[in-house]
Design a protein around this ligand. Structure first.
Ligand code: ADP
Length: 502
């Protein structure tokens, strides 16, 4: 068996292809990383969603005892890690970033095989994870805290940010490398220890991150990974009183359940959950450009992003030209195997494929018109779902209100800007919102009044730079601490004010 989590790091000897599935006839195997040691019998199988006959990965299924051991190790290791100079902590992240760069080809290939996205999306994600580690690694050198004047003579006031201790990170399968990286990096550079519980469907990507950090010299116990079921490992971490805070990305139902547990003991919690992101297309928009913006947001990443576009409101003057252009765009996103150069990747699981098909079928049965795509899919040759464009439905149709998490877009007619803005804001979610218009006045008004954590003007709802605060409102997020960029550090630290009299 090719072991992904080798005890002999030697990063420079990892030639591309070393870990490729098929080596010695077995797929890569993920392991837990607990207290600096790779453990766990990798017995859980993961199949390649684009090629269901192919075994993509093996991973261990963690127990409550594994979670307990990881938290014990993290609690023991954290004080010494916090006592290191911040640039020394940052240096570990910078070395890990270089290792991700060196191993990019292998990691991206594993990511495609276990998650199904395209190779371009996967290499972009590996680069993003490396850049995130570089961004937060370099913060080890950045100024931190303020110097404030005091009304008392001979007194200087400073502010400091202190680490909280041990953080649990529970992450989803859709960005299985980048999300763990953008949660772990600010936690680590701030002096915390981490226990990561990655999604069951994507164990290899998280293990690649763990291996990069391990090989970069993160001390034993400071970064731990425990694979396994959410309701076993994730639940055990959430309930462990030694966990000072939890950062979660996933479904709204699970997120709110975890928040109840953390709130009960006043631990810190950050949730990034669902979305039903809308774009408003106005008469003055170029229909072709607007269709390209909507298609990139709706069909990129196979629609499997919490920031994906899934509702479009369009005003009468541009409606027909926009819909015609969107259907052409949709037909150009042909799904296939990401390692064969497909424009659109596979759907992650049979359950997700069934959810995508059921959403489209339900809308059609209620009277919607399906202009592109199908709800009649055969999963035996791969979990492939062509982009779907739905029109002529009620604004209350579930396809227009519920998160689907697939390449399905509902196009709804609105009479004017005000009605469109009201429709955008009618959702229970508020993650991202977009508008396509040439009007500076309306774009500015939309930026102010859209109920969403991120507003995109003439740009796809999905895709963010790594340095921007990210999070939503309403049922999309706890709407307290933001992720990513410098803002992320606030969640992983607490503020202290120091008076110095000399
Ligand atoms: P998705 O629908 O995207 O899989 P989930 O919310 O089910 O979203 O899963 C996101 C993450 O939460 C995964 O790592 C999963 O294992 C974990 N998880 C699921 N249920 C629980 C739970 N009851 N407690 C803790 N973690 C959970």
């Amino acid at each position: 068996m090719t072991s992904l989590a080798s005890d002999t790091p030697a990063p420079d000897t990892l030639a591309p292809g070393t870990l490729a599935p098929g080596d010695a006839g077995t797929p890569p195997a993920a392991r837990h990383l607990i207290d600096g040691t790779w453990t766990g019998e990798p017995t859980t199988e993961r199949r390649n969603p684009a090629r269901p006959a192919e075994l993509a990965a093996l991973s261990p299924s963690g127990t409550v005892e594994d979670a307990d051991a990881a938290v014990t190790a993290a609690a023991r290791a954290q004080p010494a890690w916090a006592a290191l100079p911040a640039p020394s902590r940052g240096a570990v992240l910078l070395r890990a970033a270089s290792l991700l760069d060196i191993r990019s080809l292998d990691i991206a290939s594993d990511l495609v095989r276990e998650e199904g996205k395209t190779f371009a999306e996967a290499t972009g994600e590996v680069k993003r994870a490396a850049d995130v580690l570089r961004f937060f690694g370099s913060l080890g050198w950045a100024p931190s805290g303020d110097v404030l004047p005091s009304a008392t003579p001979g007194t200087t006031i400073t502010t400091r940010r202190e680490p909280l201790g041990v953080f649990a990170l529970i992450t989803p399968w859709n960005f299985p490398l980048a999300i763990p990286a953008w949660k772990a990096a600010p936690a680590l550079v701030s002096g915390n220890a981490v226990v990561l519980k990655p999604a069951e469907l994507t164990p290899l990507s998280a293990t690649h991150l763990a291996r990069a950090l391990h090989d970069a010299g993160v001390p034993a116990g400071v970064f731990n990974v425990v694979h396994g079921k959410g309701r076993v490992v994730g639940e055990a971490l959430a309930r462990d009183e030694r966990i000072a805070g939890l950062s979660f990305t996933g479904s709204t139902a699970v997120g709110l359940h975890l928040k109840g547990i953390l709130d009960a003991r006043r631990a810190r919690v950050q949730l990034e959950m669902g979305g039903k992101n809308a774009v408003l297309v106005l008469d003055d928009a170029d229909p072709g450009a607007a269709a390209a913006v909507v298609a990139a947001g709706a069909f990129g990443l196979t629609g499997q992003a919490c920031t994906a576009t899934s509702r479009v409101y369009v005003t009468p003057g541009v409606r027909d030209a926009f819909v015609e252009a969107l259907v052409l765009e949709a037909r150009a996103y042909t799904p296939g195997d990401g390692l064969d150069g497909a424009r659109m990747g596979a759907v992650v699981s049979e359950a997700q494929l069934a959810q995508d098909a059921a959403a489209v079928r339900g809308a059609v049965e209620r009277g919607a018109t399906l202009l592109a795509g199908t709800h009649d899919v055969d999963a035996s040759q791969g979990l492939l779902f062509p982009p779907a464009v739905l029109t002529q439905m009620s604004p209350d149709d579930p396809a227009a209100t519920d998160e689907i998490f697939g390449p399905v877009v509902a196009v709804l007619d609105v009479p004017d800007y005000e009605a469109g803005l009201a429709a955008v804001n009618s959702s229970r979610y508020g993650l991202t919102a977009g508008i396509c218009t040439d009007s500076l006045a309306l774009a500015t008004d939309f930026a102010a009044r859209a109920q969403a954590g991120v507003v995109k003007i003439n740009r796809p709802t999905s895709g963010l730079d790594l340095n921007v605060p990210f999070g939503g409102v309403k049922d999309s997020s706890t709407n307290t601490f933001r992720e990513q960029g410098r803002a992320a550090v606030e969640f992983y630290t607490w503020g202290k004010t120091v008076y110095l009299g000399v």
